[in-house]
Design a protein around this ligand. Structure first.
Ligand code: ATP
Length: 939
């Protein structure tokens, strides 16, 4: 029987005398979420399946659960509000009340929904403080790590039956760029990987891999009971095999390695296995070491997985989870590691000194100013809250059923499996047919969980989506008879935010921090030759040039960007030529011999800006742009994955595989490097340095997200519009305000607002200009101000009903009273589209925006497929000839319909020639902003 609930009050831990001697116990007051009895009491783990929930499930009663002996240690970390799960509990009647207690077979799991990574538990056992430091500063690019990854990849290949030499050659080739950055040659690395791999091959050949041996290479495992997830290197006869590239000449496996194997054993048990054996394969303990007296001759060390070890692992996991939930910082005293043997001792002391943290290793270095320490703490917590939201996403993998996941756009379900085909190198291609056209967040190129029905309980594997239309084509390491795909929540973004913040504060330049914290004012070169500018190459020059002759604000923006010694901020309302201005500024910088980083939040924005830059460079420098730096012209590279980058930018994409020297030359010699801010936090990009970083869409980036890019450069230019969409974050905290917005407030003198727009008819822009830009936004040219549908070929404005002939129209629909959908509005919008079509407009020139996903689905049922229908977020950055907005509100309003007024600004500024607002005037006029909008639309 399992018991699960929330700690209702303080927990008391005490020692009692029993007939077996002294025992610790903890009485946990628990508000029950449910209990269950799976009827198989002999099983070690009773899994909390829905079908096992019984009596108390609906009761939410408070009871007491007694945790005995070592489980009392886990009770030490419990705080009211935390969740606890006890497996194999026994029910007891005490003074007429039902209580529970652990048995000899019980596990106690603290915060089971918080999925802890197996490697995190391993690091935690080594030293909790080390685990924290790794989290803060990330793993830098270094040879042992790259080599370790290569050996693991070759191991996987060998298990899948690939030839050793072929595998080594292919895997080393794939890492050309990283090896180049590390100054390694392919031959030397291949040789070293071969040495390591020989141990593995020898072991596999020792007759252990017989016909009966059932093997599986890497497997992603998630345990909803223990709150652990991880990817086992291999599973042999149902038991975990872990590969270690480090040396171990002792007879016994290292304890932390055993811990790792034990985690996988727990995961496998939950998946129905009965695991009592673990194997650790040390590649540096082979025939090479035979002469060593102490050496064990076989590289594989098998060990029995005792109950004590498995429980120890869960207790360690509990300690880690509890600390993460409470947001505490480990000091190092929690573990038994000895600081004097630790490679990270210096780092540990510096971090604790700079942040004034307690550490077993002690403190050195002077503390950061108090405001920086406060900032660190605030953002550390904010990022960790964000991480918790990602963990909640994991929990939804088993808490929601298939249909709920699909309705949330997080899964594609009910696929019909077609086939699995072996690929070269031992991987698999999987195909399945979609049986519905349901929407989802899953896109081509995504990494997803492909399963035969359930992502956690069934057979599942991480797979890449190669193609996504009626048939889904995936590639994966292992064949899965796929019938369902789930979004795989990734912590990579949060990991990188933390590292970016750490780098900005602990490694950051003092002048930069003075600017970020408002302690100094940004400086600019004066125009005129008296002031000089010196770039990294030592060349000088003044900003005394007209860059753009038909738009004064854009010209000022470029001048500021080029002449900024610290930073410049370009505020660009919709359609004001942000991309054009960025491109012109980069061209000017490149002409001055500077090395430039071009970044943005999304791949789409990076590609747009790059496209504009390529046009500029061809106009300006007058020579071909090219990828590698050894010819004439400006060398430009785009760093990112093949699936993320737009096809026409592919020629500029930095290839990662190939000869290390060539690859690294291509990157190092590039004058312009374009990458998303997430990629700027990658190990490869962190090795790069730039004179200046230009960041587009900066108002949509969190502060640490922006830091990932600007950390790499001496000065920076942020471009964005804080009156449009804010950063996309799950939690409500400090991350919701962008660095761009904060700096515009803090250093208005560093900002320029682009005030001429090239998109909207004058009538359309009037409201947004007044409401969001103090009336300063104006059409750039008479042609823009006067644009109408008549200018479009084949369109006759007169053919439209009179109401639609005006560039802005309000269509009054009372609505059906639904909360998130409105079928009346949807039906009316379908009619409007027909009317536009009848007047000669192409459907692809019309866009429909709705505040809720549910209304987007409703609209999709009414309007033809080739009309784009979506929420505002998907429309940001794009424009259409005609935009129709479905307000989906009847009667009254509670707060702004689009959550935030900035969303309505985005919606209203997408059209070029016609805007139609569809809604219930009674509801809209109850909000002052919408009331003003209504008045404008109706006049
Ligand atoms: N100085 C200029 N002279 C002529 N055309 C311009 C100028 N600046 C921008 N444009 C044109 O205006 C249009 C919008 O420019 P751009 O795409 O750079 O705007 P944006 O501000 O990036 O747009 P969004 O609001 O969608 O992000 C483009 O067609 C561009 O060529």
């Amino acid at each position: 029987m399992y018991v699960r609930g929330t700690v209702a009050d303080e927990v008391e831990v005490r020692t009692v005398s029993t007939s077996y001697g002294e025992s610790d116990l903890a009485e946990v007051p628990l508000r029950m979420a449910g209990d269950g009895d799976n009827g198989t009491a002999s099983q070690t783990v009773a899994r909390p399946r829905d079908d096992t929930e019984t009596d108390l499930a609906a009761g939410h009663e408070t009871t007491t659960v007694t945790l005995w002996n070592k489980w009392a240690e886990s009770a030490d970390y419990l705080e009211p509000g935390m969740e606890v799960l006890v497996t194999n509990a026994k029910k007891e009647e005490y003074q007429g009340e039902t209580q529970y207690a652990t048995t000899g077979d019980s596990y106690v799991v603290v915060e089971p929904s918080f999925l802890v990574n197996v490697t995190a538990i391993r690091n935690w056992v080594e030293c909790p403080r080390l685990y924290y430091l790794n989290k803060l500063s990330g793993v830098p690019l270094n040879y042992p790590v790259v080599k370790g990854t290569l050996v693991h990849e070759v191991f996987g290949d060998l298990l899948r039956g690939r030839d050793l030499e072929e595998s080594i050659a292919a895997r080393v080739d794939e890492r050309g760029l990283e090896l180049g950055l590390l100054g390694e040659t392919s031959e030397a690395v291949a040789e070293e990987v071969r040495e390591n791999a020989t141990a593995i091959e020898g072991w596999l050949e020792q007759g252990r891999l017989t016909e009966e041996d059932s093997w599986r290479s890497e497997q992603l495992l998630i345990s909803e009971t223990f709150g652990i997830r991880g990817r086992a290197d291999a599973i042999r006869r149902g038991a975990p095999v872990e590969l270690k590239t480090g040396k171990n000449l002792k007879k016994e496996p290292r304890f932390k390695d055993k811990v790792q194997a034990a985690c996988y054993a727990l995961l496998l048990e939950e998946h129905g296995g009965d695991v009592d054996l673990g194997t650790l394969l040390y590649t540096k303990n082979s025939a090479l070491d035979r002469n060593e007296e102490t050496g064990d001759l076989t590289p594989a060390k098998e060990f029995t997985m005792g109950d004590g070890l498995l429980k120890f692992v869960v207790r360690q996991r509990n300690e880690l989870a509890a600390m993460e939930i409470a947001g505490d910082i480990p000091t190092g005293y929690e573990g038994s590691a000895k600081c004097e043997y630790c490679f990270e001792q210096d780092t540990c002391m510096v971090v604790s000194g700079r942040l004034d943290q307690e550490s077993k290793a002690g403190q050195i270095a002077t503390p950061l100013p108090e405001e920086e320490r406060d900032y660190f703490q605030r953002f550390y917590r904010a990022i960790e809250e964000e991480r918790r939201e990602v963990h909640r996403e994991y929990a939804k993998l088993w808490e929601q059923d298939a249909q709920e996941r699909a309705d949330d756009d997080r899964a594609l379900i009910d696929l019909e499996f077609i086939e699995k085909r072996p690929l070269e190198g031992g991987r698999w291609e999987l195909r399945a047919r979609r049986t519905s056209s349901a929407n989802s967040k899953i896109r081509e190129g995504d990494f997803v969980l492909a399963s035969d029905g359930h992502p956690v309980r069934g057979s599942s594997e991480l797979a890449t989506i190669e193609r996504l239309d009626d048939v889904v084509v995936l590639t994966a390491d292992e064949p899965v008879e796929v019938t369902r795909l789930d979004v795989y929540p990734s912590e990579l973004t949060t990991d990188r935010l933390l590292v970016a913040m750490h780098d900005a504060l602990l490694k950051g330049d003092e002048r930069r921090k003075d600017i970020l914290f408002g302690r100094a004012t940004p400086e600019f070169e004066e125009s005129g030759a008296s002031e000089t500018h010196r770039n990294r190459a030592g060349e000088t020059g003044g900003v005394d040039e007209t860059f753009i002759d038909n738009n004064a604000a854009q010209n000022e923006a470029v001048t500021k960007a080029v002449g900024a010694r610290d930073c410049a901020l370009i505020h660009g309302p919709p359609g004001t030529g942000k991309t054009y201005t960025i491109a012109r500024a980069i061209r000017a910088m490149v002409e001055r011999g500077e090395r430039v980083l071009l970044s943005a939040f999304t791949n789409r924005a990076v590609d747009n800006a790059l496209e504009a830059l390529l046009e500029q460079l061809e106009d300006g420098v007058g020579s071909q742009t090219q990828r590698s730096g050894d010819g004439e012209g400006v060398s430009v590279v785009r760093v990112g994955s093949e699936s993320g980058i737009r096809e026409d930018m592919e020629p500029y994409r930095l290839e990662r595989s190939g000869d290390p020297e060539d690859r690294v030359a291509e990157l190092q010699n590039a004058q312009v490097v374009a990458a998303t801010t997430a990629t700027c936090g990658s190990r490869v990009m962190k090795e790069q340095a730039f004179d200046v970083a230009l960041v587009d869409e900066a108002a949509q980036l969190t502060e640490p997200g922006t830091c990932a890019a600007i950390n790499l450069a001496e000065r920076f230019v942020l471009v964005g519009d804080h009156e449009q969409l804010p950063p996309v974050v799950r939690a409500e905290n400090d991350l919701t305000e962008s660095l761009f917005e904060r700096l515009i407030d803090c250093h208005p003198e560093a900002g320029v607002m682009l005030d001429r727009q090239y998109r909207m008819n004058q009538r359309i822009q009037a409201f947004a200009s007044r409401e969001f830009y103090d009336g300063e936004l104006r059409p750039a040219e008479p042609e823009v101000a006067g644009r109408t549908l008549n200018d479009l070929e084949g369109v006759a404005r007169d053919a439209l009903p009179p109401a639609l002939q005006d560039p802005v129209t309000f269509v009054d629909v009372e609505g059906d009273g639904g909360q998130y959908t409105d079928s009346e509005e949807a039906a009316r919008i379908a009619d409007l589209i027909e009317q536009y079509e009848a007047a000669g407009l192409e459907r692809s020139e019309i866009g429909v925006i709705a505040p809720f996903r549910a209304q987007v689905s409703e609209l999709s049922r009414h309007v033809p497929d080739d009309v784009t229908v979506d929420t505002v977020d998907r429309f940001q950055g794009s424009s259409q000839e005609v935009i129709i907005i479905s307000f989906t509100a009847t009667g009254t309003l509670e707060g702004p319909i689009f959550e935030d007024y900035r969303r309505i600004n985005v919606a209203l500024t997408r059209p070029k020639r016609a805007l139609v607002l569809v809604g219930d005037p009674a509801a809209l006029s109850s909000d002052p902003v919408y009331a003003r909008m209504l008045e404008w639309a109706r006049t």
